[in-house]
Design a protein around this ligand. Structure first.
Ligand SMILES: *Cc1c(COP(=O)(O)O)cnc(C)c1O
Length: 368
């Protein structure tokens, strides 16, 4: 058990997690074999955390248990109406062996915003942080120490009430699972090709685009297949006014010739914590940063005229990915390649892995 004090902001006492050790936990040798080449999202640690919620009981029964299948009633609301949200955050091992994560308060607050939109209960941020620490307390050995490796933490919440009526569920579960992750780009960061989705959108005005919810991803899978059919790596979505939104799971950032950095901002876009952090680092270097609409026309004309000098995508999983090509039904635009994206990537990962000073106080120690 980790010891945590009463939260000064909320006055909430920490939860008391009941810990059941996994008697079939992987041996050190088996774990090391997985950590040597973890891939992404394929292997999972020995334990998981869950907390129940009900209308009557609030948050209750916090547990750490052996990782394994969840038993659900076939009528569980999530299986029918998709009432579900999630987060994605990484734990990094520093050179001295300590384990840190990055701006977890931001993820905790975003989970609350997603919860509000999906009519799910808002998990207090101190409970969110404690859940991450409880998992690291038992599975800390799963945080890899290789270059660009991390332990990807996946908090999620879903409606588990067995009821086919359409209303917010009265019973909900919050879980955290963890999966060791290797370097996203084997052999160095490579620019990706992007398919412009003209027939499908991922979100609409007043929809769930700003929430991290499975339904948005479900909506993105068919256009993502279309991207693959067109030999592209990822898909970019437009809004109803043909403004650029984002990729299926990454935000988009444009760098202009005069150093200004522009990123789409609207209530149909998921506000990435990676993007927010990169933009802060850019501001620290003296760049002007604008959040506003960017039309497809502005993008294409800016690239053609040389006004736009770099375009990149960003998110927790891949950190920063330069965009090399934009492909539409009847055009292919090669994108200019600059150096800012990779410089900011280096600066950000240096902070995350404890190799550079954490000027903004973004790191949060998980193992002490
Ligand atoms: C998670 C996510 C992102 C990136 O957010 P980060 O906090 O940077 O990981 C961007 N777009 C969508 C749709 C997402 O779900």
């Amino acid at each position: 058990m980790t010891t945590i004090d009463t939260d000064p902001d909320t006055g909430l006492d920490p939860l008391e997690f009941a810990v059941t050790r996994n008697l079939a936990a992987k041996s050190n040798a088996d774990r090391d074999a997985i950590l040597a080449a973890p891939g992404f999202g394929q292997s999972f640690t020995d334990h998981m955390v869950d907390i129940c919620w009900s209308v009557r009981g609030g948050w209750h029964r916090p547990r750490v248990s052996p990782y394994g299948p969840i038993s659900l009633d076939p009528a569980a609301a999530v299986l029918h109406y998709g009432q579900e949200i999630f987060e994605g955050i990484k734990a990094y091992r520093h050179a001295d062996g300590s384990v840190h994560t990055f701006r977890p308060d931001q993820n905790g607050r975003r989970l609350q915003r997603s919860a509000r939109r999906l009519a799910l209960p808002e998990l207090p941020v101190p409970y969110f942080l404690q859940a991450l620490r409880e998992l690291i307390a038992v599975d800390g050995a799963w945080v890899p120490s290789g270059e660009d490796q991390s332990l990807y933490l996946r908090p999620f919440m879903f409606a588990k009430e067995a009821f086919l009526g359409v209303r917010p569920a009265h019973k909900v579960a919050f879980y955290v699972i963890a999966s060791p992750a290797g370097a996203y780009f084997k052999g160095g960061v490579k620019p990706v090709s992007i398919w412009l989705s003209e027939d499908y959108s991922r979100a609409g005005k007043g929809g769930t685009g700003a929430a991290k919810t499975g339904g948005n991803y479900a909506a993105s899978l068919l256009p993502q297949s279309e991207a693959y059919e067109n030999e592209c790596d990822q898909v970019v979505f437009l809004d109803q006014d043909r403004n650029v939104e984002e990729l299926g799971g990454m935000n988009v950032v444009f760098v202009y010739k005069d150093g200004t950095i522009v990123t789409p901002q609207s209530d149909s876009i998921l506000e990435g914590i990676t993007r927010d952090s990169l933009l802060q680092l850019a501001r620290d270097r003296g760049h002007r940063v604008e959040g506003r609409n960017v039309s497809l026309k502005e993008w294409r004309e800016g690239v053609a005229s040389g006004d736009i000098v770099e375009v990149f995508a960003c998110g927790t999983a891949a950190v920063v990915t330069p965009i090399g090509t934009l492909k539409g039904r009847d055009f292919i635009d090669e994108q200019p390649t600059g150096t800012l994206a990779l410089e900011l990537r280096e600066e950000l990962t240096n902070i995350q892995y404890g190799r550079a000073e954490d000027k903004h106080g973004w790191l949060y120690r998980l193992d002490a």
